[in-house]
Write a protein that binds this ligand. Structure first.
Ligand code: PPE
Length: 310
């Protein structure tokens, strides 16, 4: 990975290589952490963080769901992120806030182990490759089902839960595919290992709903809004596996991946990105990069001194 200079750690700016933890940190043993993936883009307004408030809100909710009291308010984390971007001289970057139970007590009910919070930011290119955004990816339905709400909390972005995503992603990569699609516990389509999923059938967008064990993706929410504003019908409902094969178009969306068309699923050809995907992708990209006036309110612009004066 590409390093930057500073990492914000429990209220201080620490040199990248010095941002270390004890090997008996609770989160390392039990996965007791919650995190976010956020992106900042170079826009004509300066570096702008896409839907920052929503990401920080989701972080706070994930923390609450797993009984991790956050020692910082979302506003404090927002300010810290701005300062981190300024100090690292970043314009366009991926931002990773993480809150985890640290060192001090072992065992499952380790209430006295402190909750540590870090924010890192570094340049990170297209998650599934630049080329994939134009020509699409090949995906495979995983033999692993998405974590069930009977055992964990799919709506939370919690570190330990990602073992499930890693099993699915690893299986698909070893089989030669770009990404995995997980079904929910009932066998309906859920999402990618790190993206939400949409299909297009007869000009209508369809995506799994909240009862399908999805992570409530912020890109997904933005895509739904954009699609509706463009006049498309969007349905949130159960999707049968075979509907993926029968889809006219299919795409994935997430912060790291952005909007990526799918050209093949389980070796059934969907083809080059279709018109609906391309239209929505273009508008979504405009929104991310601050080129869409109507979605400017989604941007949290970082004040950079040199930019302000010029
Ligand atoms: N589902 C999962 C399981 C998921 O991890 C993500 C984001 C999404 C859906 C899309 O959510 P959103 O980013 O709010 O639109 N995955 C993050 C982590 C990827 C990683 O490899 O780490 C991300 O995209 O930042």
């Amino acid at each position: 990975m590409e390093k930057s200079e500073w990492i914000w750690m429990n209220g201080e700016f620490v040199a990248w290589d010095d941002a270390q933890v004890h090997v008996l940190s609770h989160g390392l043993h039990y996965g007791t952490g919650v995190f976010e993936g956020v992106r900042c883009y170079a826009t004509e307004l300066g570096p702008a963080i896409f839907r920052h408030a929503e990401h920080l809100e989701r972080l706070a909710k994930s923390a609450e769901l797993y009984y991790l009291p956050l020692p910082y308010s979302t506003e404090e984390l927002r300010q810290a992120t701005h300062e981190l971007i300024r100090r690292n001289n970043l314009e366009s970057c991926y931002i990773r806030p993480l809150a985890f139970r640290g060192y001090g007590e072992m065992g499952l009910y380790a209430q006295s182990a402190p909750v540590n919070v870090i924010i890192a930011a570094w340049p990170w290119g297209a998650y599934l490759g630049e080329e994939s955004k134009r020509h699409g990816v090949r995906v495979k339905v995983s033999s692993w089902r998405r974590i069930s709400p009977a055992g964990l909390i799919p709506a939370a972005k919690a570190s330990g839960q990602y073992l499930n995503s890693i099993l699915a992603k690893t299986e698909s990569a070893k089989a030669g595919y770009d990404e995995a699609i997980l079904l929910d516990e009932h066998g309906y389509v859920c999402e990618g290992s790190g993206e939400n999923v949409f299909i297009v059938r007869d000009g209508v967008l369809v995506t799994p709903g909240h009862t399908n064990s999805i992570l409530d993706g912020i890109s997904r929410k933005s895509v739904i809004q954009i699609a509706k504003d463009l006049g498309y019908e969007v349905h949130e409902r159960d999707i049968a596996r075979a509907e993926l094969y029968l889809a006219d178009e299919m795409f994935l969306c997430g912060t790291a991946a952005e909007l990526v068309p799918v050209r093949e699923v389980d070796d059934h050809v969907i083809g080059e990105p279709g018109e609906v995907t391309r239209v929505i992708q273009a508008k979504f990209e405009d929104a991310l990069h601050g080129r869409a006036q109507e979605y400017r309110e989604w941007l949290d612009v970082v004040e950079v001194p040199s930019k302000v004066s010029s």
